[in-house]
Write a protein that binds this ligand. Structure first.
Ligand SMILES: Cc1cc2nc3c(=O)[nH]c(=O)nc-3n(C[C@H](O)[C@H](O)[C@H](O)COP(=O)(O)O)c2cc1C
Length: 186
């Protein structure tokens, strides 16, 4: 797939086929993350690859603000948890670059997955302490986000369709609203 086709094909997938993702494809996605740029090339990112259905069920069962908002995650055959070793990155003027580095790497992974015909969805709705406890992540490591990885179902399920409507997922601000040429103008 041409790069710009990959960019436009990527969207959040919330319903998956049960088929497992071949290890070779998981490796290709991880490799795309591995080569991402980072603060002083610190490469602070770490990934936990979860294929155990019971563990995925635990991740999916978390309540956020009282609701299991990501219960749809249980259909995914794989979840990749993106973490950071903050000590291997830095801060500049209060900006924590471990989060930036890890987000860049995860998006590399997401785009690679799209190019391989796999679905993903950024997930920020989780409880960090719970995720740490579920997969044994130590206290010094931050959990930045995670994504399911799998073959998209033929048809997005009810939950996926509802989230797309609520989040107005197809809509994007026009360039005029987000770009300033030469000087910022309010
Ligand atoms: C940092 C971040 C956190 C997100 N967290 C969740 C989440 O917890 N659950 C969910 O269903 N989608 C989550 N999303 C997906 C967004 O809702 C989605 O990217 C947005 O609606 C645009 O839709 P698209 O990805 O299909 O283009 C998250 C996206 C980002 C970037």
């Amino acid at each position: 797939m041409d790069f710009f086709d990959v960019i436009s094909a990527r969207h959040s997938v919330r319903t998956y086929k049960s088929d497992p993702v071949p290890d070779a494809l998981i490796q290709q996605c991880l490799e795309a993350a591995r080569v991402a740029p980072s603060w002083r090339n610190g490469q602070c990112w770490r990934f936990v690859v979860v294929r155990d259905a019971q563990v995925i069920e635990q991740l999916a069962g978390q309540r956020i603000y009282g609701y299991k908002i990501n219960s749809w995650l249980r259909s995914a055959p794989t979840v990749i948890i993106a973490c950071a070793e903050p000590g291997e990155s830095g801060q500049h003027e209060g900006l924590p670059y471990w989060a930036v580095d890890t987000a860049i790497a995860l998006e590399h992974l997401v785009l690679a997955a799209t190019a391989l015909g796999l679905g993903t969805c950024w997930i920020g709705g989780f409880n960090e302490a719970t995720v740490r406890q579920i997969v044994g992540i130590p206290e010094r490591v931050r959990v930045v986000a995670y994504t399911p990885l799998g073959y998209p179902a033929e048809r997005e399920g009810l939950m996926g369709r509802a989230v797309k409507v609520i989040a107005r997922s197809h809509s994007r601000k026009p360039l005029e609203k987000i770009v300033h040429w030469e000087q910022w103008r309010d």
